[in-house]
Design a protein around this ligand. Structure first.
Ligand SMILES: Cc1cc2nc3c(=O)[nH]c(=O)nc-3n(C[C@H](O)[C@H](O)[C@H](O)COP(=O)(O)OP(=O)(O)OC[C@H]3O[C@@H](n4cnc5c(N)ncnc54)[C@H](O)[C@@H]3O)c2cc1C
Ligand code: HEM
Length: 400
């Protein structure tokens, strides 16, 4: 790209800032019209709520803003690359996206879209696509190199189903081919692909691995999404109706939100609701090594019935001095254990417990929950680089 083309791209940033979401809405409608098969891999509920449009607009805008030095975007592009790899995105699909994105820029900008501007954007998109393809190629290769690693969709059989709370079920998954499975870092997720009868096509969702790695199976734990004011969650409801012996498609473990496996640092784990899953894997993985360090877990959920993995965490807590837990319920019934606190997590109130030298802070839960906990930690003086978080949806929160 020459400097004139870079200037042209940068000059469209203000337009993208005000119209970015319109542009991507137009783009998705156009692309799905020409490639309806892509509805099988895009999350159609995100499309309905506008979340994915926002995420893609954000990525395009970030790229346009940093066109002079796109390498600074690597921290933003890595999680997207991990998500793409877990969806088995291939280089040829970048041509489809590129074609519809550039055509949409033309159609949305109308006369303002000069040939020169369109050429500059085509170059910019191709450069971004090359960076992404290269990140994804590295990720595909490193998974394939692992014992039990694979690329794309592999058939797994549901070996066991365990009810963890009134709304969460764990699924123990074994590969149908009976081969070995790739290990993972605690906090990483799988993508699961299912045919959804109500939609008439497939859908993919991500689920965190909820236990320490066990070479015999993967375990995911899924909350049934029921919403009185909107359609019920497509994939979680179909999964909750599955029986042992049923088959689903699974992609290899992926994701950038993870702890290490050497337990050499104190951990402060902060979860809301189903955000418990990746943190439980971090705790289980490190439990032997963590004994030399402090671990604090703060968890909040609606009430005892909705509290998944309660017994498991109680058990770990009973015979360990290294682990402290603080459980919060929105409503506490009278005959409950008085160690349960009523209300929401207030990190400022618990600062003597959570301010630990050299600790890493992992937050997982709904968007608002993450915002509140992140801001509290910053106010308590925790450095940004020691706070890691994951949203269970398109990653829209960028604090650092
Ligand atoms: C990295 C990662 C890890 C995750 N880990 C876990 C995990 O361990 N456990 C877990 O349970 N989940 C996890 N999730 C969330 C999971 O991927 C799904 O998003 C979740 O199960 C909901 O999917 P669904 O298909 O059931 O619901 P969807 O169909 O995606 O719907 C989601 C919500 O949107 C609403 N909705 C649907 N359609 C519309 C519409 N047209 N208008 C308005 N609202 C609508 C639904 O009512 C529902 O509340 C994770 C997500 C990510 C990204
Ligand atoms: C340079 C080009 C691209 C950019 C900037 C981009 C950007 C993004 C972003 C920001 C997300 C959200 C990440 C997250 O959920 O955390 C995303 C997700 C996704 N991308 Fe891309 N992407 C590109 C190319 C592609 C291509 C070529 C495909 C394949 C057709 C694709 C398919 C998807 C899918 C299916 C998702 C998940 C959607 C969802 O869960 O709602 N993307 N992409």
């Amino acid at each position: 790209m020459n400097s004139n083309q870079k200037k042209l791209v940068t000059s469209t940033v203000p337009v993208l800032k005000t119209n970015g979401t319109d542009l991507t809405k137009h783009f998705y409608a156009r692309m799905f019209k020409h490639h309806p098969e892509l509805k099988n891999i895009f999350n159609m509920s995100h499309q309905a709520s506008g979340k994915q449009q926002h995420a893609l607009a954000g990525a395009v805008l970030a790229y346009a803003e940093h066109i002079e030095n796109p390498e600074v975007l690597i921290n933003v592009l890595k999680p997207i690359g991990n998500k793409h790899v877990s969806l088995n995105i291939s280089p040829d699909q970048y041509d489809i996206v590129g074609h519809h994105l550039i055509s949409s820029i033309k159609e949305v900008l109308g006369e303002a879209a000069t040939d020169e501007l369109i050429e500059a954007w085509t170059q910019a998109y191709n450069e971004l696509a090359q960076i992404m393809i290269s990140i994804e190629d590295d990720l595909y290769r490193s998974t394939l190199k692992k014992e039990g690693g694979w690329k794309g969709w592999r058939t797994f059989v549901i070996e066991e189903i365990v009810e963890e709370s009134s709304e969460v079920k764990s699924f123990y998954l074994k590969p149908k081919d009976q081969g070995s499975i790739a290990d993972y870092l605690p906090g990483q997720y799988l993508s699961v692909k299912l045919f959804i009868p109500g939609l008439g096509h497939e859908q993919v969702r991500q689920y965190s691995l909820s236990s320490a790695f066990n070479p015999k199976y993967y375990r995911i734990s899924v909350k049934k999404e029921v919403n009185p004011n909107a359609p019920e969650g497509a994939v979680s409801n179909v999964l909750h109706q599955k029986n042992t012996g049923d088959e689903i498609w699974v992609s290899a473990p992926s994701g950038v939100f993870h702890a290490g496996v050497d337990g050499n640092q104190p951990l402060v784990l902060i979860s809301g609701g189903i955000g418990v899953t990746p943190l439980l894997s971090m705790l289980e993985t490190n439990k032997n090594k963590l004994q030399e360090n402090t671990t604090v877990w703060l968890h909040s959920c609606r009430n005892e019935k909705a509290h998944a993995f309660k017994d498991q965490i109680d058990l770990l807590n009973q015979d360990s001095e290294w682990l402290t837990t603080h459980i919060f319920y929105e409503t506490v019934s009278k005959n409950e254990n008085n160690a349960i606190k009523e209300g929401r997590i207030d990190l400022a109130e618990l600062k003597d417990e959570v301010l630990i030298d050299d600790a890493k802070y992992y937050i997982c839960g709904p968007e608002v929950f993450i915002k509140v906990q992140y801001n509290s930690l910053i106010k308590l003086g925790i450095a940004q680089e020691n706070i890691l978080f994951e949203e269970f949806g398109p990653q829209l929160l960028h604090f650092n």
